[in-house]
Write a protein that binds this ligand. Structure first.
Ligand code: ADP
Ligand code: MG
Length: 225
């Protein structure tokens, strides 16, 4: 059973909330930061200078997290350029291959010539990386992951197929929900980001998962967004 999940875009509601809350939290944070900076310069607080630095650094960290969340709410790629998906994969492959080999797994590619697309190179790399990482993490050692590109119905298709043990229906149903993770050290943000990036590029995401593995299809329209 193949589910199209892109249109559900579960990130959307959360992302919108995060955007609203993020903006609202940022203002008081930054005003506290300003006061800390002011106080930190005063003579009587010089002995506590390190603490002031620490507090300001922590506020900057919180601010950076908000910025990251706000990035998730963007509707369009920030830096769209003409490029080729197969080429992006070729370029990223050594990094992915190293990750695989370190874990005694392997990656094979089957890249066909595909039309150029307009996409954000950094974001497409992120999408690919997140999918491949999940695939590798799902597999036992000795198994292989396949990355394919091809043309079908005027769409550029990216397929990432692993030989993992698939995922239970309750995970499959909620896929893309931010913070959904079955891993001890997972963030549950990888796929949420994949869906967000796919949506920004007007691409559709399909997933097919069973006991012998999982395959993701990302289908990019060749017309631009
Ligand atoms: P994380 O990898 O941090 O757990 P993700 O958003 O990348 O977060 O993935 C969410 C969950 O979806 C994973 O914890 C896992 O249960 C499931 N999942 C994602 N990709 C696969 C896959 N290729 N095979 C099996 N399960 C997967
Ligand atoms: Mg992941």
């Amino acid at each position: 059973l193949e589910n199209e999940i892109a249109h559900l875009d579960r990130l959307n509601v959360v992302a919108q909330m995060a955007a609203g809350i993020g903006h609202e939290i940022r203002n008081p944070l930054m005003s506290v930061r300003g006061f800390l900076q002011l106080l930190g310069r005063q003579e009587e607080y010089q002995k506590d200078k390190d603490y002031f630095h620490l507090m300001i650094d922590e506020l900057d960290r919180a601010n950076a997290i908000i910025t990251e969340f706000l990035a998730m709410t963007k509707r369009k790629p920030s830096n769209p350029e003409r490029g080729n998906l197969s080429k992006v994969i070729e370029e990223l492959l050594p990094l992915l291959q190293a990750e695989a080999i370190n874990n005694n797994k392997w990656i094979v590619k089957q890249l066909e010539p595909v039309h150029d697309l307009v996409f954000d190179n950094k974001e497409i790399r992120q999408l690919l990386y997140n999918l491949v990482l999940n695939g590798l993490e799902a597999m036992e050692t000795g198994k292989k992951l396949t990355i394919r590109t091809y043309m079908e119905d005027a769409e550029v298709v990216l397929a990432v197929q692993d030989e993992g043990k698939g995922m239970p229906a309750e995970v499959l149903e909620r896929l893309g929900t931010p913070f959904l993770t079955t891993k001890e050290n997972g963030t549950g943000l990888g796929l949420a980001l994949v869906f967000r990036i796919a949506r920004q590029h007007k691409a559709r995401v399909f997933v097919n998962s069973g006991p012998s593995g999982t395959i993701f299809h990302i289908r990019f329209p060749t017309h631009s967004f």
